[in-house]
Design a binder for this molecule. Structure first.
Ligand SMILES: *Cc1c(COP(=O)(O)O)cnc(C)c1O
Length: 357
């Protein structure tokens, strides 16, 4: 059996969820869209269900997968419905529903619904992706109430730059939100992971942690609360071939690495078809036989090469950690010029093995 696999530590996941609640004192929707950022949405939801205030996903397809697996907790659809014909299913399964656009509001007004909805009314406070314009916000709220089709409304918005700790934009967005919600007495929800970790003064009845649940920092710099996160996923494999090369020999596709001296090279069963980033360059850290080493040459589809020259204990069958508790996914993301979110979401082909359930 191919030795590539992703170990998922559900105990660490619960620790990270509790951290989000502890540092905010708020109710927390665990964001498990995109198959829980590659960690497996059903298993993650099962591991959190006893304590979680609810879950958030991107679409009804993801929400239905949770219900089919027996998850009874509240599930928020972060983009609401894409077509009005989803409304009966939203009612049937008690999903909570974002309204981010006037067309969704109109669809609700026109729908015949057997039960009232729980709506999270989204304001565009400055990100300019989705969300109602501040000038339309009050009216949308009043129209939802007047429709008679809504049992509860939560006021929400989303930060564009909360991962930039010295950027004033998040404060500006909070100010826009506070102004737009003046006079509306309802719960609020503003905070994603970087805001939970790095912006202690933002008040929000509900928080929406995603990446932090999985133990990766959203920041490009060290941050005290993020340092308390525990990595959940360990992507590992084994050395499947060892070779000694003299100086001057190329390694891998395109001869992107040439041995500057005699070297010992290990080939690892892991490639970009597993989600390991093809753009990780020579020098990207790996852990082999318990010791830090580095990637050499181009990552190929199913294999990559690492340096064993100074790791004498490494041999055929040695375990290699590509990211996890020792090699942080955020460090691999920096090396490959991406973000840990994308590394996790790109995971495929490797079996996931769960512990700590
Ligand atoms: C994905 C998402 C989140 C979670 O973001 P993280 O940065 O992963 O914490 C929160 N809110 C909304 C609306 C989202 O789409």
């Amino acid at each position: 059996m191919r030795p590539a696999r992703a170990l998922i530590d559900l105990q660490a996941l619960r620790h990270n969820y509790q951290l989000a609640r502890e540092v905010t004192g708020a109710k927390a929707l665990a964001v498990i869209k995109a198959d829980a950022y590659g960690h497996g949405a059903v298993r993650v939801a099962q591991a959190l269900e006893a304590e979680a205030d609810g879950f958030a996903v991107a679409c009804i397809e993801e929400a239905l997968e949770l219900r089919a697996a027996g998850i009874r907790a509240p599930v928020l659809l972060l983009e609401g419905f894409f077509e009005a014909d989803e409304l009966p299913l939203i009612i049937e399964h008690d999903f909570w529903c974002v309204v981010h656009s006037l067309w969704q509001l109109e669809a609700i007004e026109q729908a015949r619904l057997s039960k009232p909805l729980t709506i999270w009314l989204k304001l565009d406070s400055g990100m300019h992706r989705v969300g109602l314009h501040p000038k339309d916000y009050h009216e949308a709220y009043q129209r939802l109430l007047a429709s008679g089709k809504v049992a509860k409304i939560v006021l929400m918005s989303h930060f564009a730059r909360a991962d930039e700790l010295d950027c004033v934009r998040s404060d500006e967005q909070v100010a826009v939100f506070q102004a737009a919600r003046q006079g509306l007495s309802a719960e609020s929800s503003l905070r994603n992971s970087p805001s939970v970790l790095g912006w202690p003064n933002v008040s929000s009845d509900w928080v929406r942690p995603g990446i932090m649940l999985y133990g990766a920092t959203p920041f490009g710099e060290d941050q005290a609360v993020a340092a308390r996160l525990q990595p959940v996923m360990t992507l590992e494999s084994k050395v499947i071939c060892v070779r000694e090369l003299p100086a001057g020999e190329p390694v891998g596709y395109g001869a992107k690495f040439i041995t500057p001296k005699p070297m010992r090279i290990g080939v690892v069963a892991m490639g970009y078809a597993d989600g390991y980033p093809r753009h990780a360059p020579t020098g990207t850290p790996v852990l082999v036989a318990g010791q830090r080493s580095q990637l050499l040459g181009r990552v190929s589809m199913d294999m990559l090469c690492i340096d064993l020259t100074d790791v004498p204990q490494a041999r055929l069958g040695s375990t290699v950690e590509l990211w996890g508790k020792n090699i942080l996914a955020s460090d691999i993301a920096v090396a490959a010029e991406t973000i840990p979110y994308q590394l996790f979401c790109n995971l495929r082909r490797v079996p996931r093995l769960y512990s700590g359930a």
